[in-house]
Write a protein that binds this ligand. Structure first.
Ligand SMILES: *[C@@H]1O[C@H](CO)[C@@H](O)[C@H](O)[C@H]1NC(C)=O
Ligand SMILES: *[C@@H]1O[C@H](CO)[C@@H](O)[C@H](O)[C@H]1NC(C)=O
Ligand SMILES: *[C@@H]1O[C@H](CO)[C@@H](O)[C@H](O)[C@H]1NC(C)=O
Ligand SMILES: *[C@@H]1O[C@H](CO)[C@@H](O)[C@H](O)[C@H]1NC(C)=O
Ligand SMILES: *[C@@H]1O[C@H](CO)[C@@H](O)[C@H](O)[C@H]1NC(C)=O
Ligand SMILES: *[C@@H]1O[C@H](CO)[C@@H](O)[C@H](O)[C@H]1NC(C)=O
Length: 939
């Protein structure tokens, strides 16, 4: 079986690919420095247009490495750009492929390419660089090499502009110390064709116009802080408004990169988290403790990598970027840490990679700064909205962000970090808002890597309810007793630790999901134990007085199993696990936009460990809604059945099964030979009954045993192994080799003995039939004819079936001369083997038509051989194929040798007993005959 290649999977794969290409190609674009060339011949123009900045230039301190530092520190990628509201947009954008304009990103990157060795103006450095500025719909990418400076295709527009100009350091009262660049650009601008002036519509006809009248000013704070953390830029056209090459001013924003120094403000430290204006009692969750500031920082760095969920805004997520966390120790030994970050909100549909690579500050970002200390256990931050450089007391900085680190987990609380953003602007009512948000603990195993001083404890609240549901749904005592006696489920053994049982209960496997009758699909099920309680003080007992275990879990169902970032929110489960019956009764909760829905019941049945050698273990689950059908949140019961789960003892089970099957074959052949021997003794003692034996029956048996001896696979029933198991290393197959081989040889000898004994019987019967007066007073002729007819009927049918099975494929020469004969032989053998199941049929017909009470077959023979056939049939029916538990995605069961023509074969077998009535008739006759056998002889 193959992983389903569903459309969403494909799309997300394509998406991933595209994002990677985007990143790769974008970088390549910039590293293409060989293409960049400037001869610094625009000094006069620069002097004219940059004069106001040139006058700000402060003296540059001597620095031999300045050129490299400028290149490294003043380049940026994936900033944002926006145009002033105007009429002349910089470039058209083709959204004809359904790219939503609202999701299109306006991205800009700048790279310093060249530093001039000549100083053209006092206190400046002359340099050149390239800007790539564009609009990218999701799913499009920036081209690797473009010959022209403007590229457009559906979902993508990209303009490259070459700049040359000056770098200087300024220090004015308004902006503080800054790095500043004033540059003039040269490119070919896309100009709308006449009469097609409105680019906000879909007019995409344009021509290119050489333009060198572009001025760019970029400003970088020398040290950055909460209110000054962005690179700001402005690009404008030096043409008159109304001229062809004119465009409205472009504003640029990006982040300073890691090389810049961050300065924490003193004010953010003294602010405390005000109480919430709304009722939200995070305090009830307790506060997790950290040893010291550095432990706190490493925790924060790890946890804050994943996006946060926003309550009430289902379609948005929140991501930490540019996180800086520094530990501090107060004078009175209070552990604390200072934290700075950018919080970026983004649509849930946007790929995380895209979001992470963005650097611009916009109205979807909050710059935040604050501190954590071990006394409060909270992290309180001030937030400033957007890109402007306001004072701390301005409206933009009126956001309060606070974080809690709960020490308690429960059915509804599964986060390690919870927070709120709260704006309470006095002068702007519309600006008041309040967003709780939380970090999603994706997998309980993530807890281990976080270096928490204390792992949060779990507060059970639904175990009573779950236990009540369990006792309500209790099976009968007898069934439970049966389960207890024969089946063993994962449980705690003395000396075991909880982790071992948890690991056994974790499930990571593909499952088939059914909801309502016609809907089913494949999902990847990941279920992990969060907590498992074993307290012996308050234990509830099940039927046999064994304790039920408190348990809590996370369950995620996602489309593809490789999709670690799948954005589906997990189910939170809590309830009881019964190690005796291997089932869990759980209450389930799931987040939705406005809150959490806990009206769900989940029942899980684990597979028994004691029959894993026979049936591949799979977990079954039913999720039902407890809501009434009118409720919009009601859903139809969902059932899930997993593929074979992974477990460690598979090798032992495999060996056990191989040996057991060997023993079973040996016992069957032994019993068979014994039964035939006893029939021979019976025939010697009752010679008068011998002619009544059916030669058809013996004929079937002789050929059956013959076929068993020459079949390629194991005798009676072949071992069902998947292709990947067959290719396991030889020593794995090689266990108990001597034992297996001697059993096999013995089995073959016994089958050979059965064959010879049956041939002997056949000779005796046909001799007896040929004796004059063999049937006493009854006329033999018509009966013999019937017996012959049966035989002929069988022969003809075997031939027809063989031809039918062979005609299944296309006929060509190779087929006719190589494959066909081989197929005929193989099919003949298979058919003969199958025929064994019907060995009594000729005898039954003959007995019926004979309509006399003579019993030529011994009871042991009649029932014994039937019983052996039933054992084989039954065992073959109930056992599962042996799969490789760690490789069953590729294996499924499709790995088992496909039985060519077996459909045709069953068709033939049905034909054999057709019309259908015959089957019923045969059954009735069989019952009647059996009854005759059981009746006392003298009747
Ligand atoms: C602008 O670029 C074009 C083509 O690369 C070139 O011919 C022209 O001289 C450049 N203009 C300036 C002022 O460098
Ligand atoms: C950030 O730095 C600027 C100047 O560099 C200064 O005016 C502003 O007050 C600082 N902001 C804070 C929050 O310290
Ligand atoms: C913080 O505590 C951990 C122990 O949990 C210790 O290993 C580490 O050195 C401490 N760090 C500092 C800066 O004290
Ligand atoms: C950001 O703000 C600008 C104006 O300040 C507004 O036009 C735009 O719609 C805002 N974007 C979002 C996503 O709120
Ligand atoms: C467990 O949760 C309940 C509320 O569900 C609360 O009343 C109780 O105090 C909590 N127990 C502890 C130990 O935190
Ligand atoms: C299991 O849950 C019950 C009910 O909340 C509680 O009394 C008991 O202490 C729990 N056991 C453990 C080990 O937490």
């Amino acid at each position: 079986m193959h992983i389903q290649i569903s459309v969403p999977n494909l799309l997300s794969l394509t998406h991933l690919f595209v994002i990677l290409t985007l990143c790769a190609s974008y970088k390549e674009n910039f590293d293409d420095s060989s293409k960049f060339f400037t001869n610094y011949n625009r000094a006069a123009e620069i002097e004219k247009h940059c004069s106001s900045y040139l006058s700000l230039a402060s003296k540059l301190s001597p620095d031999a490495n300045r050129g490299n530092r400028i290149k490294r520190e003043l380049s940026f990628t994936y900033g944002d750009w926006e145009q002033e509201n105007g009429h002349t947009t910089l470039m058209p954008f083709d959204r004809s492929n359904g790219f939503e304009h609202s999701l299109a990103l306006k991205l800009v990157s700048f790279k310093v390419m060249d530093i001039s060795s000549i100083q053209h103006f006092e206190n400046t450095v002359s340099l050149g660089g390239i800007m790539s500025i564009g609009i990218s719909g999701q799913g499009s990418y920036f081209p690797t090499k473009s010959s022209s400076s403007f590229t457009m295709r559906p979902g993508l527009s990209l303009l490259r502009i070459a700049f040359e100009g000056v770098y200087l350091q300024s220090n004015d009262h308004e902006n503080g110390k800054e790095h500043l660049m004033c540059l003039l650009g040269n490119t070919t601008l896309p100009i709308p064709e006449p009469f097609n002036y409105d680019w906000n519509d879909m007019f995409l006809d344009y021509s290119l116009l050489q333009d060198e009248q572009i001025l760019l000013v970029l400003r970088y704070p020398q040290t950055f802080n909460l209110t000054r953390r962005s690179i700001r830029g402005e690009m404008r056209s030096l043409h008159q408004e109304g001229s062809l090459a004119y465009f409205d001013n472009v504003h640029i924003s990006s982040q300073l990169n890691r090389h810049a120094v961050y300065q924490f403000s003193s004010e953010s430290k003294s602010r405390s988290c005000d109480p919430y204006p709304y009722e939200l009692d995070f305090a009830a969750y307790g506060a997790n403790s950290f040893n010291n500031g550095s432990d706190f920082c490493s925790f924060l760095q790890k946890v804050a990598q994943r996006p946060f969920y926003l309550f009430g805004v289902e379609n948005f997520r929140l991501l930490f970027q540019y996180l800086i966390c520094e530990e501090e120790t107060d004078s009175n030994n209070v552990q604390s840490a200072r934290v700075s970050a950018v919080l970026r909100a983004f649509p849930a549909s946007m790929s995380l990679d895209t979001v992470q690579s963005r650097t611009g500050l916009s109205n979807q970002t909050l710059s935040a700064e604050g501190s954590w200390n071990s006394l409060t256990g909270k992290l309180c931050m001030i937030g400033c909205h957007g890109v402007v450089d306001p004072g701390l007391n301005s409206k933009e900085c009126n956001y309060q962000i606070s974080f809690h680190f709960p020490s308690m987990l429960s059915i509804k609380q599964r986060s390690l970090m919870l927070g709120t953003i709260h704006s309470n602007s006095n002068n702007d009512e519309s600006n008041i808002f309040f967003f709780p948000f939380l970090h999603s603990l994706r997998r309980p195993t993530d807890l281990k890597g976080l270096g928490l001083h204390n792992t949060p404890y779990y507060n059970y609240s639904k175990v009573e309810l779950a236990a009540a549901i369990k006792s309500k749904n209790q099976h009968s005592k007898l069934f439970t007793l049966f389960k207890k006696l024969f089946f063993k489920y994962p449980t705690l053994v003395d000396g075991d630790d909880i982790n071992r049982l948890s690991n056994k209960l974790n499930v990571y496997v593909i499952a088939i999901r059914h909801q309502s009758s016609n809907k089913h699909d494949r999902v990847y099920m990941q279920m992990e134990v969060l907590s498992l309680g074993t307290s012996h003080q308050h234990e509830r007992k099940n039927l046999f007085g064994n304790p039920l275990l408190n348990i809590s879990l996370h369950l995620t169902l996602s489309e593809g199993y490789w999709d670690e970032n799948a954005d589906s929110y997990p189910f939170f489960l809590e309830g009881v696990y019964d190690p005796l019956e291997g089932d869990m009764h759980l209450i389930g909760c799931r987040m939705f936009s406005q809150g959490i829905d806990c009206l769900m019941e989940v029942k899980v049945q684990y597979p028994s460990e004691s029959i894993r050698w026979l049936k591949n273990p799979s977990v079954e689950m039913i999720i039902t809604s407890q809501r009434s059908e009118e409720d919009p949140r009601h859903f139809k019961p969902i059932t899930l059945r997993t593929q074979m789960i992974q477990y460690n003892e598979h090798q032992q089970d495999y060996e056990f099964r191989k040996i057991l099957e060997g023993v079973l074959r040996l016992l069957i052949s032994l019993a068979g030979a014994g039964i035939i021997w006893s029939q021979l003794i019976y025939m010697n003692a009752n010679e008068d009954k011998t002619p009544y034996m059916s030669l058809g029956t013996l004929y079937i048996l002789i050929f059956g045993y013959g076929a068993e001896l020459i079949r390629a696979s194991e005798i009676f029933f072949e071992s069902k192994e998947s292709a990947s198991i067959r290719t396991w290393p030889y020593q794995l197959q090689n266990y108990q080799r001597v034992l297996m081989e001697s059993m096999e040889t013995l089995t073959k000898l016994l089958v050979l003995a059965s064959l010879l004994l049956t041939i002997n019987q056949y000779r005796k019967v046909s001799d007896a039939k040929n004796k004059p007066n063999a049937y006493g007073t009854i006329k033999p002729k018509p009966l013999r004819r019937i017996s012959d007819a049966t035989r002929r009927y069988l022969r003809i049918f075997i031939c027809i079936c063989l031809i039918l099975s062979c005609l299944g494929g296309d006929l060509n020469l190779r087929y006719a001369f190589v494959i066909l004969p081989a197929t005929i032989v193989r099919e003949y053998i298979r058919l003969t083997l199958k025929m064994q199941d019907l060995f009594l049929l000729p005898q039954i017909f003959e007995n019926k038509l004979w309509s006399n009470q003579v019993k030529p077959l011994r009871k042991t023979y009649y029932f014994g051989l039937t019983f052996l056939r039933l054992v084989i049939f039954f065992y073959d029916y109930i056992r599962d194929p042996i799969l490789d538990p760690f490789n069953n995605y590729n294996d499924g069961g499709g790995g088992i040798n496909n039985q060519v023509g077996s459909d045709l074969l069953s068709f033939c077998l049905i034909m054999l007993s057709s019309p259908l009535v015959m089957i019923g008739l045969a059954f009735v006759v069989y019952i009647q005959q059996s009854w005759n056998y059981l009746k006392p002889r003298n009747a």
